[in-house]
Design a protein around this ligand. Structure first.
Ligand code: TYD
Ligand code: MG
Length: 455
């Protein structure tokens, strides 16, 4: 056997180098160059450009604009994140911590698809066929159109695909499959890259919607090269907190839709249940009539969601007080504290401040600023907020409250959940009729908002 040449590949960006380096010359990350055997890939199939030679450049006017057909998955929350449904021939990556529920989600999706008469091949490299059957039993996901294969050799998987001819293919997980003609171990950069490239050809060539399951490292990146994310059409992350039962599905990349939408699920005894009304779930544990708790109307994609934003301000003897935030951007928290100090005369320099968004939700829009200001001020002064208030608005550096988008939808969600008052930016009240049964308090400054919320 010919001696294998060794090279070093960056696990982040895939840059190659003949000798080891501490710092990747491609992306500058440290300690990411890993040793790999040079891969004697025989180019039986062209590595890219399936259509090369057959397609000519066309004027954009002549291109037929048929809407790409989408297959609705039967799980409304998944459809929402995908932007309407699965696109045939697309390649998806679903990442998440071990044990979060990726296999469960995909098995349920597979079952839902077979109910529409589609054929599904579920390839498991991590669990035996019996284990998968047990799980399917528990989920009530037994159907004749669902084929299960326990295999990690890509050549054999390819053969099975040819036999079953599925409409939907699940590879659980990409780190366990290998190509026998690539010399490195399963899960290595070269294997993951070559296998993904082959699944891409299989997906595009046969019009099979394919999902690759990927493990996530502690740092939150999908294990293996970042390259993987560039190769696939969609990257979805399945996340949640271990001690909570709900799970969020988010798109971080989507070639067929927006990446703003989130899907919300609840992990139960019998698998994942879709949460159609997330506000109810997120507010279910809210304490009433205490200081430091505010409900904010936030937009998660196109859907308004009400969540509780809590703050705790407590005296400290240390010279540099703590600022901790979970679910709210750290910079926005600092900005709100600075505005409260400078414009409202609240002295935070000998106070620790904590902000927490209940339910593991991340609020990344500025509309949460005003709620953070109200919660922080409420805890600072130890004045309770009113239980039936909803607050939203962006806070500017001079203490002004700035308009935010989709005020009407946010207010409607508050009405739906039985709230009595909404404190919102004055400029957001223009151009629409407030629904009956809710009092709108339009404010121009943080001072006005605090006055309305805490008195
Ligand atoms: P799993 O789908 O195996 O996670 P992953 O593929 O991401 O590693 O889910 C495992 C967890 O989900 C496990 O802790 C058990 C729990 N679970 C339920 O609570 N209910 C169920 O019906 C199923 C199938 C799993
Ligand atoms: Mg799994």
């Amino acid at each position: 056997m010919a001696k294998l040449k060794i090279k070093f590949v960056c696990t982040e960006c895939g840059t190659e180098s003949p000798k080891w380096m501490g710092k990747c010359p491609g992306c500058g990350s440290w300690n990411t160059m890993t040793e790999e055997a040079e891969t004697p890939v025989k180019a039986q199939v062209p590595r890219s450009g399936l259509l090369r030679g057959k397609e000519k450049a066309k004027s954009i006017i002549d291109i037929e604009s048929e809407r790409e057909a989408r297959v609705t998955t039967g799980l409304a929350e998944l459809n929402r994140v995908l932007g309407g449904g699965l696109v045939p021939g697309s390649l998806l990556l679903v990442g998440g911590d071990p044990g979060i529920g990726k296999s469960t989600l995909l098995l349920q999706t597979s079952h839902a698809l077979t109910k529409q008469g589609l054929k599904v091949l579920y390839v498991s490299g991590e669990e035996s066929v019996r284990q998968t059957k047990l799980r399917a039993d528990r989920l009530g996901a037994l159907s004749s159109g669902l084929f299960v294969l326990c295999e990690t050799n890509l050549d054999l998987i390819d053969e099975a695909i040819g036999e079953v001819r599925p409409d939907f293919l699940v590879i659980d997980s990409i780190q366990t499959v290998y190509r026998p003609d690539v010399a490195s171990a399963p899960g290595s950069v070269a294997q993951v890259r070559e296998c993904t490239a082959q699944f891409m050809r299989i997906a595009k060539g046969n019009g099979i919607a394919t999902v690759l399951v990927g493990h996530v490292t502690k740092e939150g990146a999908i294990a293996g090269p970042r390259l993987l994310e560039h190769m696939v059409d969609c990257v979805l992350y399945f996340e949640g907190e271990r001690h909570h039962s709900y799970r969020l599905l988010r798109a971080v990349k989507n070639r067929f839709g927006s990446t703003n939408e989130i899907g919300i699920f609840d992990m139960t005894e019998n698998g994942l249940r879709e949460v159609a009304n997330p506000s109810e779930l997120f507010l279910s544990e809210r304490p009433l009539g205490v200081s430091g708790s505010t409900v904010v109307a936030s937009m998660e994609g196109t859907r308004p969601v009400l969540v509780e934003l809590q703050a705790l301000v407590a005296p400290t003897h240390f010279p540099s007080p703590r600022r901790m935030s979970s679910g709210l951007d750290h910079h926005r928290m600092s900005l709100v504290i600075a505005v409260l100090e400078k414009r409202m005369g609240m002295f935070f320099q000998n106070q620790d401040a904590y902000v927490n968004v209940a339910g593991g939700v991340r609020l990344d829009e500025p509309a949460a600023d005003l709620a953070a200001a109200v919660s922080l001020a409420s805890s600072f002064k130890d004045l309770p907020t009113r239980p039936y208030d909803v607050v939203f608005g962006e806070v500017g550096l001079t203490g002004e409250v700035r308009a935010v988008s989709r005020a009407e939808q946010r207010v409607k969600e508050a009405v739906k959940l039985g709230f009595k008052r909404v404190i919102l930016p004055e400029l957001s009240v223009k151009g629409w009729q407030p629904p009956a049964g809710i009092e709108l308090i339009a404010v121009r400054t943080v001072a006005e908002a605090l006055k309305a919320a805490l008195e």
